[in-house]
Each structure stands twice: as structure tokens, then as C-alpha cells.
Write a protein that binds this ligand. Structure first.
Ligand code: DER
Length: 238
């Protein structure tokens, strides 16, 4: 099975938890895309009715519109029944790293408003500790004096957590322009030399920095993780 086939398996499994009449958080990324496709398919087959979607990015909003999924927003639906979304890393406590696709702020807003949050991954996303892989932990920052914030993020980890950290503005395109999020902010990616350790403390300290909007660690938010691949097992929050 290819990685994309595994993502599709996890996504279809998660959509089995969707019931007619639900207000759904629609995730962003290559795994969540399969879940949105599947929801639209069941709607068109009449197997699901009366579904409203709240997208976690402009990209998912466009996908949902093209598929004919009725959409709304958090202002009209401040409490959602269920969100289905991917993740970049999942630790054994169901803590997540998200945001390598750049949608972490709207994802966290939507997913924090849900009664249930199902995460869908292939087994390559499972890690022992967040940040320990050396891959990016994204932080959304305001564009104003982003370099100042980038430096403070890097020093925060070196000084307060004694963890080596490289903070790097996310750029894109051939001219290496700053990546701009759906909310007109920038992203600073944090690369750690080893696992972060006290995630709650790290989360609190990052959010205290004026200039930081939100970070990509989703702590204590997932209620279920569906993992495709390997034993194809699912891990439920105990
Ligand atoms: O950027 C995001 O938060 C995505 O949901 C990411 O975490 C998972 O993307 P993938 O399903 O394409 O790997």
C-alpha cells in the first residue's frame, strides 16, 4: 500500500464516525483531503444528510465548495460535533504537531471548538516525543518585526529549556518570499536538537511572546487517533 492509500484508509475510517445532522470541522492537508472527499461522496449518495462543514483553511473551503458540501463558520457554529484532520507528528499521549501545511491557526480554532477531534495519520507520523525528529514545529507570528520574534523564540528554548533550537522564517517561491498564512501572518519554524520535554511549559512560554499568534503543538486536544499502516490499529484517548 502506498502512503497515500494508507492516508485514504485512515480518512475513510474516520468518516464512519460522522452522523447525519452533524456540524463538522473539515481538516487541511493530504490526509484530511480524503476525508472531505468521502464526506461529499456519502452526501451525494444520500447516506449522509444535513451536514454542515466548517473549513480549517481557504484550501479546504475551496475543496468543500467544489464538492458541494454546505459550509458555515465558527461565528454561526461556535460548538462543533466532530473535526477530522491530519497531523505531522503524534506522540503516545495523542499530543500533536500540526501546521507544516501552514493552516495551524484556523485548525486550532476549529478543533478547539469540537466535542470530538479525530486525527488521521499513516504510521510514519507516530513519534515518541514531539519535536524530537528535528522536523519543524511551526509558530504563526505577526509580520511586524518578525526577525525580533524569530530571535526571541530561538533564545527562549536555548535559555529556558536548554534545548538547542534553530528558528527559521518559512519562505516560498523562487524568490524565497515569506510564506503568508490565510490570516496574513508569517510562520517561523522551530527545529529542535532533541525532544522538547515539558510541552505544556513550552506552549505557555511561546504564547507569552508578544508577536506570536499561535503554535503548532496541539496538546490534549485529540480524542481519537486513527493510524493506518503497520497493524492498522487505532489509539483511543483513555
Ligand atoms: O498542516 C497541517 O496541520 C496538516 O493537517 C498536517 O498536519 C498534515 O498534513 P498531511 O495530512 O498532508 O501530512
Amino acid at each position: 500500500l502506498t502512503q497515500d492509500e494508507l492516508k485514504k484508509i485512515a480518512a475513510y475510517k474516520a468518516v464512519e464516525f460522522v452522523e447525519s445532522g452533524m456540524v463538522l470541522g473539515l481538516g487541511t492537508g493530504s490526509t484530511a483531503k480524503h476525508a472531505v472527499d468521502r464526506i461529499a461522496e456519502l452526501l451525494h449518495q444520500g447516506k449522509l444528510t444535513n451536514i454542515v462543514g466548517v473549513p480549517t483553511s481557504k484550501k479546504t473551503q475551496e475543496q468543500a465548495i467544489s464538492l458541494g458540501i454546505p459550509l458555515s463558520d465558527l461565528d454561526k457554529h461556535p460548538i462543533l460535533d466532530l473535526a477530522i484532520d491530519g497531523a505531522d507528528e503524534v506522540d503516545p499521549y495523542l499530543n500533536l504537531v500540526k501546521g507544516r501545511g501552514g493552516s495551524l491557526l484556523r485548525e486550532k480554532m476549529v478543533e478547539s471548538a469540537c466535542k470530538k477531534f479525530i486525527v488521521i495519520v499513516d504510521q510514519t507520523k507516530l513519534v515518541k516525543n514531539l519535536g524530537g525528529t528535528g522536523d519543524a514545529v511551526p509558530v504563526e507570528v505577526v509580520p511586524f518585526c518578525w526577525k525580533f520574534t524569530e530571535t526571541r523564540l530561538q533564545r527562549l528554548f536555548e535559555e529556558k529549556f536548554e534545548v538547542g533550537c534553530v528558528a527559521k522564517l518559512r519562505v516560498c517561491g523562487k524568490n524565497e518570499e515569506p510564506f503568508v498564512t490565510d490570516n496574513m501572518n508569517y510562520i517561523v519554524d522551530l527545529f529542535f536538537e532533541k525532544e522538547i520535554g515539558d510541552l505544556e511549559a513550552a506552549s505557555d512560554e511561546i504564547l507569552r511572546l508578544a508577536g506570536v499568534v499561535e503554535h503548532g503543538m496541539f496538546l490534549n486536544m485529540a480524542t481519537t487517533v486513527i493510524v493506518a499502516g503497520g497493524a492498522g490499529r487505532s489509539i483511543n484517548m483513555v
